[in-house]
Design a protein around this ligand. Structure first.
Ligand SMILES: C[S@@+](CC[C@H](N)C(=O)[O-])C[C@H]1O[C@@H](n2cnc3c(N)ncnc32)[C@H](O)[C@@H]1O
Length: 286
């Protein structure tokens, strides 16, 4: 009989093979394939009213649903709810926190946070994808929630964007928390360093930054991931999956991630091995 490990190995191998031809599922979510993805979503919306509030399927697939291009609704909801619970339970997010979510996508974290009775702070979501920001602005209306389009370059998500370094639209030392789920997994060194330095500028002295990452030193937490990815191509400090579309999937050693924070004004930084993606956690105070 096949063990779980063997099964993961086989599916990982198949996935790596497919990825040679399709380096990122995000590239399949524009034009007519987007319409197909949305049409396939129609029966679920018809029979399950609770799914009607979710973003359209092509946007859910664009932000990543573990390659599940159909029937990914509950997985999408679960991940967002888990993110919120994690932030509250670990004490990073307080009821009145001011929070920036960089690479907020189509509101996977914002939607459950907006419904959390215990949150009355402010949320600013930033993303390079104009369509996702437009969807969030229309569907997640709330006087405490703001969404900003950052027209900055990313080969997968905004290939026509500006190459200038992006500045977060907030005052110095004004925020309690800066987060991103699966943003640094799509950034090369220059953009990652810019966001680390911007987060450090934006945070209050008591503030915290939590970014999920693919960490090359955590094969145990990333076991599923590393079976799915090979990260064979070096680009500066990063190892990328696809040399032709480097921002499709990017991994870093923990040394680089920690040093980047300490060199940008954070007093302490660590990378924790957590299931799925690891977490880079940095605080302004040591
Ligand atoms: C894997 S998706 C994750 C989205 C969201 N955090 C979630 O969990 O659903 C990565 C997101 O980062 C955004 N992104 C990529 N490069 C960016 C950049 N330089 N600045 C801001 N957002 C960026 C993409 O448009 C995309 O929405």
């Amino acid at each position: 009989m096949e063990s779980g490990g063997e099964r993961r190995n086989i599916s990982g191998r198949i996935e790596r093979l497919v990825r040679r031809f399709i380096p990122s599922t995000a590239v399949l979510t524009r034009g007519w394939p987007a319409r197909l993805l949305d049409a396939a979503d129609f029966p679920s919306r018809l029979f399950h009213p609770e799914f009607r509030e979710l973003p359209p399927n092509h946007l859910r697939v664009r932000v990543g649903t573990g390659n599940r291009v159909l029937f990914n609704q509950s997985q999408f909801q679960r991940l967002g709810a888990h993110e919120c619970l994690d932030m509250f339970s670990r004490g990073w997010l307080k009821p009145d926190s001011s929070l920036i979510d960089i690479g907020c996508g189509c509101g996977r974290t914002a939607a459950p946070l907006r419904q959390a009775a215990g949150f009355f702070g402010t949320y600013l979501g930033i993303d390079v994808d104009e369509e996702m920001i437009a969807w969030c602005r229309t569907h997640l209306t709330d006087e405490r929630f703001f969404f900003e389009h950052a027209d900055t370059y990313n080969s997968v998500y905004n290939p026509a964007g500006s190459r200038d370094a992006y500045r977060l639209p907030v005052e110095d030392a004004s925020q309690d928390l800066v987060i991103s789920y699966s943003l640094f997994t799509h950034l090369l060194e220059r953009d990652l360093l810019n966001y680390v330095s911007e987060a450090s500028r934006a945070l209050k002295p008591t503030g915290t930054m939590v970014m999920t990452v693919f960490c090359l030193d955590h094969p145990e937490s990333a076991a599923g991931r590393l079976a799915r990815f090979s990260f064979r191509h070096p680009v500066g400090e990063a190892m990328v999956e696809d040399a032709g579309l480097p921002e499709a999937a990017v991994a870093y050693p923990s040394r680089f991630l920690i040093e980047s924070c300490l060199n940008s004004g954070f007093g302490a930084a660590r990378v924790e091995s957590t299931p799925g993606q690891s977490q880079l956690i940095a605080t302004i105070e040591p």
